[in-house]
Design a protein around this ligand. Structure first.
Ligand code: ASN
Ligand code: ZN
Ligand code: CA
Length: 333
């Protein structure tokens, strides 16, 4: 598993035992990480406004893995920002959400029975509810990567959060949330192409979303059709999520880290994957170089093809796979 240069120790609800970037202030330790833009984690203690109270105590050991210990969810959130920071830094050389070296902060224990998590540009922070019965915190690693990536999207392409650009915005968050999970490779959070597989948001153990076959959630689109932009952005994202899975792993049945996938395609197309790292590089370059606030799926395709040309050459295997994966979700050709 991945560990950065850190000092504290933590036991999160979902991350398990990890090391954490912390600070010392007088006789107190704080969940504040000077190695990652001074990002920090606060306790809203069931409130719904304000910055919250910085986690601070006299030992540098945090949480015990139980939900009832209010530090455990904070460990998840703090680790989530660290892993996402390191993923972007070590993969793309990006220093924080704005690439300016400044860390975003996290607030945990928002409200009561709040079954969501969200990014907010105005506070440059992300927030987590405690879920149903206040016993199912939303602090899973792919959710942290998802929310922080909303900040990255906001400060790069700026994809409008409605219509097809909104679906592409949501998909960008699911894709990089997943990539952060693979990067961290935690023993307690087996990397997969599912979103929210540990938070039991549906109450029956199923994940929130599926990248290999988005329609498995009952609402998301597997491929593009005229009008897909009228869906909620968390469902029109299916087109982008499915494209990313196909470009990475290819179509058909596959077992990855013990999880079975079976990715269908539109138009009877067979896709051979180019691997997660190359697919990520193409998506990131499109997001930061070619996509704009109004990019729809057709123009997303054009942007990724330009990115693939820049990175691997026109007519390269990677370029051709990108075109094929879009065709397999019924975009362009
Ligand atoms: N968790 C949701 C998201 O990040 C919150 C929202 O719908 N704004 O998309
Ligand atoms: Zn989102
Ligand atoms: Ca996952």
């Amino acid at each position: 598993k991945w560990e950065g240069v850190q000092t504290g120790t933590g036991n999160g609800v979902f991350v398990g035992s990890v090391t954490l970037g912390t600070s010392q202030s007088g006789s107190n330790y704080q969940l504040k990480d000077p190695t990652r833009g001074n990002m920090y984690t606060t306790n809203l203690n069931n409130g719904t406004s304000g910055t919250g109270t910085l986690y601070s105590k006299t030992t540098d050991s945090w949480g015990d893995g139980t939900v009832s210990n209010k530090e455990s969810a904070a460990v998840d959130a703090h680790y989530g920002v660290a892993a996402t920071w390191d993923y972007y830094k070590n993969t793309f050389g990006r220093s924080g959400i704005r690439n300016d070296g400044v860390g975003a902060y996290s607030r945990v224990h928002y409200g009561s029975n709040y079954v969501n998590a969200f990014w907010d540009d105005s506070c440059f922070c992300m927030t987590y509810g405690d879920g149903s019965g206040n016993t199912h915190p939303l602090t899973e690693l792919d959710v942290a990567g998802h929310e922080m990536t909303h900040g990255v999207t906001s400060n790069t392409a700026g994809l409008n959060y409605s219509g097809e650009s909104g679906g592409l915005n949501e998909s960008t968050s699911d894709v990089f949330g997943t990539l952060v999970e693979f990067y961290a490779n935690l023993p307690k959070d087996n990397p997969d192409y599912l979103i929210g597989e540990l938070i039991d948001i549906n109450g029956n153990g199923t994940p929130l979303r599926y990248l290999d076959k988005p329609s498995k959630d009952g609402s998301s689109a597997d491929s593009w059709y005229s009008g897909v932009g009228n869906l909620d952005v968390h469902y029109s994202s299916g087109v982008g999520n499915h494209f990313f899975y196909l470009l990475s792993e290819g179509s058909g049945a596959k077992v990855i880290n013990g999880v079975s996938y079976n990715s269908p395609t539109a138009n009877s197309i067979t896709v051979t994957g180019i691997g997660r790292d190359k697919a990520a590089a193409i998506w990131y370059r499109a997001l930061t170089t070619y996509w704009t606030s109004t990019t729809n799926y057709a123009s997303a395709r054009a942007g990724t093809l330009s990115a693939a040309t820049d990175l691997y050459g026109a007519g390269s295997a990677e370029y051709n796979a990108t075109a094929t994966a879009w065709a397999a979700v019924n975009v362009g050709s």
